[in-house]
Design a binder for this molecule. Structure first.
Ligand code: NAD
Length: 246
């Protein structure tokens, strides 16, 4: 049987790195794509996985990177995972911030899915896995643009799972709640004391990335579940998001 392979965008850090770690440990061939060259090289060295420079906002890069990765064998899973947090309350952010968060979190995911289709369609039992968020279940005040992109990722997941069933491709999404990664730490680090106290009051302890990686593994092997939620509930996340820095 051919070795199974997964390609993970944003695989240099956080959730993507944890997924790369787990799948590599299970014997899969793993490729990661990221804009952070230094972090990507460190992760690739540490895990013994393939690294491909990729900016998910560039469709041509997606095509080139997936062509290069599949020269080593068929693609079983594309994990559309790269994403960024929103920098500021919606009434105050500029157009550049709206463009940045939608380009990476939403358009980048649409591009990845489209570029991966011919590769996944050639591989029996393949899967497109998208990292959405608990804020795709319940819109998070303070993270409105971010939530909008994640609702978009959820919509794409549900629509494509139906559309691509005929091609034998399952489409799934992860909905993490409050995970211990640099993305989230960057948000919390700028919080004032009140914000931190409110987050603690809400009981929003961080969930380890390893739990998200296990959920990714389970989803990739599931014929039933479309989404997997990991961590505190979306309602609690929405409450806490009010206290994140503007
Ligand atoms: P992270 O910052 O640790 O990792 C994100 C990675 O994406 C980084 O390596 C970064 O360099 C890369 N990246 C950013 N822009 C890119 C681009 N244009 N092209 C390619 N790579 C790019 O963050 P994380 O928490 O692991 O986030 C991963 C995903 O999980 C994101 O989609 C995020 O929205 C989602 N998520 C995170 C949490 C959380 O609590 N941490 C909760 C819900 C959803």
């Amino acid at each position: 049987m051919a070795e199974k392979a997964i390609f993970i965008s944003g695989g240099a850090s956080g959730i993507g790195r944890a997924v790369a770690t787990l799948f590599a440990a299970k014997g899969w061939r793993v490729g990661i794509g990221d804009v952070d060259a230094a972090a990507m090289a460190a992760t690739a060295d540490a895990l013994g996985v393939e690294a491909h420079a990729l900016d998910v906002r560039d469709y041509d890069q997606w095509v080139a990177v997936l062509n290069a990765f599949t020269r080593g064998g068929p693609l079983h899973v594309l994990h559309n995972n790269a994403g960024i947090a929103q920098g500021g309350p919606y009434g105050e952010i500029g157009r550049d911030e709206i463009d940045r968060v939608t380009d990476i979190n939403f358009r980048g995911v649409l591009y990845g899915a489209r570029a991966a289709f011919p590769h996944l369609a050639r591989t029996p039992g393949s899967c497109l896995l998208n990292t959405a968020s608990a804020s795709a279940i319940w819109g998070a005040p303070g993270l409105s643009a971010y939530s909008a992109t994640k609702f978009g990722v959820r919509g794409l997941t549900e629509a494509l799972d139906g559309e691509w069933a005929a091609a034998g491709i399952r489409v799934r999404s992860l909905m993490p709640g409050f995970i211990d990664t640099p993305l989230l730490k960057a948000s919390i680090a700028g919080s004032n004391q009140t914000a931190r106290e409110k987050v603690v009051e809400a009981g929003l302890e961080f969930t380890p990335v390893e739990e998200v990686a296990q959920a990714a593994w389970d989803l990739v092997h599931s014929d039933k579940a479309l989404h997997a939620h990991v961590g505190p509930t979306a309602r609690r996340l929405a409450f806490a998001a009010r206290w994140l820095p503007g």
